[in-house]
Design a protein around this ligand. Structure first.
Ligand SMILES: C[S@@+](CC[C@H](N)C(=O)[O-])C[C@H]1O[C@@H](n2cnc3c(N)ncnc32)[C@H](O)[C@@H]1O
Length: 313
């Protein structure tokens, strides 16, 4: 696996104290509590902040698109051509802001598929704020009005250029033959139940030469624990982790495994770029407390967040 290091800032996280035994107990309790909470309430909050924080949600979507374009620029060696392209986002979450921004940038079509229907979380006010921002970004009013109509069509079940689907089984075969040019994903792959199947199914959906980009958050997701102990989820045996299985539980798949799955399915020029890493001192202190499966050197346990890019043969 090749590590790509140009033009992307890498954050290094330093943590003051490591209390391995305490964190082990706390994390084990958190996994069990999550199992109970998700069984009772289901999957609800895809982000760290509320959908009611409208300006923050709008800013988030614009930043995700800007970051994707910057990563693609680094990966491709030139600015990506979005104009006229067919895009697929895997795991869009609570709103279609990213799709609308990509259509505003000239994409021919935006498809998105999710295993959970979370769109009801985003209000009219969110979309109005997003359209206002597009207008202030000097987008022609007629284009913004057309995007408003696309959104209305999608909401009434008549997908057109803004094609949103959700299916509990996350079966991508409904998109067979779409001819997708870019597969994009933000903080979602780490939740997928069957990454190998998802990547295999992409073969029926994409064009040769399609580009894949996924930002993957490899850390503990339980919010109060991740800042204390970002590698907490890797402490547990496979048996205990599976016992506590809950909907959207992080799958603990490491970058090298994503790369292997992509290579097995005909993707090449696979590059893994860390976006956030742990400092080596902290890693040294926790490494021997992790599940042995995560101690191998190619586990690259210092990687907390990565972007993986690849190109289809
Ligand atoms: C952390 S959210 C990220 C959403 C969005 N990309 C964002 O950045 O706000 C994770 C996404 O993965 C989806 N997801 C969770 N479990 C999944 C699964 N087993 N299969 C497919 N998607 C899943 C969620 O519905 C959600 O859209």
């Amino acid at each position: 696996m090749e590590i790509h290091r140009a033009m992307v800032d890498v954050q290094t996280l330093s943590l003051p104290r490591v209390r391995n035994r305490t964190y082990h107990v706390l994390g084990a309790a958190a996994l069990a509590a999550n199992k109970l909470r998700y069984a009772l309430l289901g999957y609800r909050r895809p982000r760290d902040f509320s959908p009611a924080q409208i300006d923050r949600c709008v800013k988030y979507d614009f930043e995700v698109v800007d970051n994707w374009l910057a990563y693609l620029n680094t990966y491709l060696g030139n600015p990506p051509e979005i104009n006229g392209k067919n895009i697929l986002e895997l795991g869009p979450g609570q709103d279609l802001g990213i799709g609308l921004i990509l259509l505003a940038k000239g994409a021919r079509k935006y498809n998105a598929i999710d295993a959970h229907d979370l769109l009801a979380q985003s209000s009219e006010k969110f979309y109005e704020a997003l359209f206002r921002r597009l207008e202030t970004d000097d987008l022609d009013k007629a284009v913004v009005d057309e995007l408003r109509r696309e959104l209305e069509r999608t909401k009434s079940g008549q997908n057109d250029r803004l094609n949103y689907l959700w299916r509990e089984d996350f079966d991508l075969s409904v998109l067979d033959g779409e001819g997708v040019d870019f597969v994009l994903s933000q903080a979602a792959f780490e939740h997928f139940d069957d990454v190998a199947r998802t990547i295999k199914q992409l073969n029926q959906v994409i064009r040769p030469g399609a580009v894949f980009l996924a930002v993957i958050d490899l850390q503990t997701h339980t919010r109060w624990l991740r800042d204390l102990d970002p590698l907490n989820i890797y402490r547990y045996s496979d048996f205990y982790y599976r016992l506590c299985r809950y909907v959207s539980q992080p799958n603990r798949i490491r970058p090298v495994e994503y790369s292997e799955i992509l290579a097995d399915n005909g993707w090449e020029n696979i590059k893994v770029q860390p976006l956030a890493v742990l400092d080596s001192d902290y890693l040294r202190k926790v490494q021997s407390y992790l599940n042995g499966r995560f101690s191998a050197e190619d586990g690259q346990m210092e990687y907390l967040t990565v972007v993986i890019c690849a190109t289809k043969k």
